[in-house]
Design a protein around this ligand. Structure first.
Ligand SMILES: C[S@@+](CC[C@H](N)C(=O)[O-])C[C@H]1O[C@@H](n2cnc3c(N)ncnc32)[C@H](O)[C@@H]1O
Length: 238
């Protein structure tokens, strides 16, 4: 999911974002808590964070003892990530995640970054296909993806344009995961308070009154963000 202008303008600097610790409506603590469901994930296991941005999740996972690689195609974000990581054992690489098969990992995380693999409704399915193609059966994925609560008022749909970034409902996101070779183990959603924190931090940073007003008028009621904890199902014959 990517909102219009979610990415800081070139030259403005990821490092100056400041007010919002992760670029997703679910706080880092809730992202990490979902992983507690996995009893067999152990320190030393390899984790790949796709579209890692400024690296908060990757760094937190390194602090838990995982062997973490964060990839992103934004060199400026990665410089901020490296700076924040200090001498921790976490690696960051600048690359287009969709340009080559993803390196295998015990856990792949992709939070708010499915637009790396497609646009509109294809973003989620493209991400699931890329993850499933590179991951062994039994490996895990944690996906953060937007959803909408139907119906979207026509005026808000017109405002958002063709690519809303919230293409499916929460249930449809789960079903899309399960139609793509994964089993969903757990799913949580951002609360209205978390959405408010996320959106107001965005307004403070960008000062986009039009976006704020449409959020207040419609978005607050219809937008959602889910975290989907998945396990790769065996492929036919494997
Ligand atoms: C909304 S941010 C989310 C960042 C981070 N996962 C978080 O939750 O804070 C989306 C990230 O995806 C990255 N991204 C977009 N397209 C990409 C691509 N093709 N390859 C790698 N990274 C990409 C952007 O640079 C950005 O850092």
């Amino acid at each position: 999911m990517e909102r219009a202008d979610a990415r800081p303008r070139r030259g403005q600097g990821w490092a100056t974002v400041g007010t919002m610790p992760v670029n997703a409506p679910l706080p880092l603590a809730r992202q990490l808590a979902v992983l507690d469901v996995l009893e067999d994930l152990a320190p030393g296991d390899r984790v790949l964070d796709v579209g890692c941005g400024t690296g908060e999740l990757a760094i937190a996972l390194a602090d838990r003892g995982f062997d973490v690689l964060g990839i992103d195609d934004d060199a400026e974000a990665l410089r901020a990530a490296e700076q924040a990581a200090g001498d921790r054992a976490v690696r960051f690489e600048a690359r287009d995640a969709s340009a080559a098969p993803l390196p295998p990992a015990r856990l792949v995380t992709c939070i708010g970054s499915t637009h790396a693999f497609g646009r509109g409704p294809d973003a989620l399915t493209g991400t699931l296909a890329a993850l499933r193609a590179s991951q062994a059966a039994g490996s895990y994925a944690l996906l953060g993806e937007g959803f909408h609560r139907p119906p979207i008022p026509a005026a808000y749909a017109a405002f958002l344009g063709a690519e809303t970034g919230i293409e499916r409902t929460h249930a449809e996101n789960v079903w899309a995961c399960e139609a793509s070779g994964f089993r969903c183990l757990h799913a949580v959603t951002a609360s209205p308070a978390e959405w408010d924190d996320f959106e107001w931090a965005f307004f403070r940073r960008r000062g986009k009154t039009e976006w704020r007003d449409e959020y207040l008028r419609h978005g607050r009621e219809v937008m959602g963000f889910g975290l989907y904890l998945l396990v790769a199902a065996p492929t036919r014959g494997g």
